[in-house]
Ligand binder design. Structure first.
Ligand SMILES: [Fe+2]
Ligand SMILES: [Fe+2]
Length: 405
């Protein structure tokens, strides 16, 4: 079935240009072009759409109002902002409401690639309820202690980038959101950013302050809701996997982008567990019970009960937020690294290995009951090399995650 895309802009000439530019796509997409937020809502009420691409500054209903309505009424629709570079304040306001941002003028290839990528993804996650919940998420809740810490730091008169970056780099939710913003087309950076200090520098402390203090983009976990999951345990594990993945990558390459990517992907790899436990707490209890009773991994139990896994769910949110492909890939396939076709070392196998080593170091086999990675990777990365990585990981401490880069 063709994908349905709705474009909204109050300037007819912008709509005409989009229609002209996207003509080659008309066999694959059904496109509608409307001149206002009200007309967009009427179209959405009349027929289903997969993707909304909207301008921000419009008379009557502006982009923020439209995005909010669409998120509330049609959460499954992917929400993309296409707006001018000068609309800084509008951009910040839309941060909680839009999945992705594109800057005008946008070339046909970038627009096509963004829409195609999100459409492919919508088909791929099978569970419609989870899909709806994930696409209505504004942010991923943070560790309560780190949330309190960042508020305190930002309110202090001698706040500095290093301090803020150190706090953000320890929290899965804050890290994901900051990477989403800094990698959005709004900043028009040629290279993707995966280092948190660089991200905080680019966004600026004033932006971070308004995001956290006035727009309240970050939120904290409500511990009572997620009884089945020890958020503290998963958080510690995530941090350790991030540190281990970074150490392995550093051992293999000097490329700073690959090293940053490996750390970020390691930090974020189990974020789907937070999403599941916070939004589907009862299902999560059943998932854990089934894994215990049938002696299968959590991911297998999730697949049986929900038709998907925490790895795919985390990957889905990160793709919706347009995080770099290498990070999305590592998160999505950290339990199924056979998907890795690349012959060069990428964050995906590194995160898989770091995850296994971290579980093994704590004799926690719940995630990797089926075979050890040594057999699977013996051919690809010699046993000697794997032994060296294991050695490397055995001597790491959590604290090392705080140094960025
Ligand atoms: Fe996992
Ligand atoms: Fe894990």
């Amino acid at each position: 079935m063709n994908k349905r895309v709705l474009f909204v802009d109050d300037e007819q000439k912008v709509l005409d240009a989009l229609a002209r530019m996207l003509r080659p796509m008309r066999d694959t997409w059904d496109m509608s072009f409307v001149g206002s937020g009200q007309k967009a809502l009427a179209s959405l009420g009349a027929e289903p759409f997969d993707v909304l691409v909207t301008d921000m500054r419009m008379p009557g209903m502006d982009g923020c109002q439209l995005l909010r309505e669409v998120r509330n009424r049609y959460p499954e629709v992917v929400r993309i902002v296409l707006s001018g570079q000068s609309e800084g304040e509008m951009f910040l306001k839309s941060v909680r409401l839009a999945h992705q941002y594109l800057a005008k003028p946008c070339d046909a290839d970038a627009l096509r690639a963004t829409i195609e990528r999100t459409c492919t993804l919508r088909d791929w996650l099978a569970n419609a309820t989870i899909k709806r919940v994930v696409s209505s998420m504004e942010s991923l809740p943070s560790m309560p202690s780190l949330y309190a810490e960042i508020i305190k730091a930002l309110e202090s008169p001698d706040v500095h980038v290093g301090k803020v970056a150190t706090i953000i780099a320890k929290d899965v939710g804050m890290t994901a959101k900051v990477l989403q913003l800094v990698n959005s087309a709004y900043f028009s950076l040629r290279q993707h950013v995966a280092g948190i200090t660089q991200a905080v520098n680019l966004l600026g402390l004033d932006t971070i302050k308004s995001l956290v203090l006035s727009l309240q983009v970050f939120s904290q976990f409500e511990e009572k809701k997620i009884l089945a999951l020890s958020i503290d345990k998963v958080w510690r594990h995530s941090l350790r996997v991030g540190v281990a993945a970074k150490a392995i990558m550093k051992h293999e390459t000097k490329d700073p982008t690959l090293i940053d990517d490996a750390f970020m992907a390691g930090m974020l790899h189990d974020m789907g567990k937070f999403i599941l436990a916070a939004n589907f707490p009862e299902d999560y209890v059943r998932i854990k019970e089934m894994a215990e009773a049938e002696k299968i991994s959590l991911a297998e139990s999730e697949k049986k009960l929900l038709g998907t896994t925490h790895a795919e769910i985390g990957g889905y949110l990160l793709t919706l937020w347009a995080l770099p492909d290498s990070i999305v890939e590592a998160v999505t396939f950290h339990h199924s690294p056979d998907h890795c076709l690349a012959s060069s070392l990428s964050p995906m196998p590194v995160v898989h290995i770091a995850d296994m080593l971290e579980h093994q170091s704590r004799s926690d086999h719940s995630e990797e009951r089926r075979g050890s990675f040594d057999e699977r990777y013996a051919e690809k990365y010699s046993l000697d090399r794997i032994a060296a990585w294991r050695d490397l990981c055995a001597h790491l401490s959590d604290e090392e995650s705080c140094e960025d880069g």
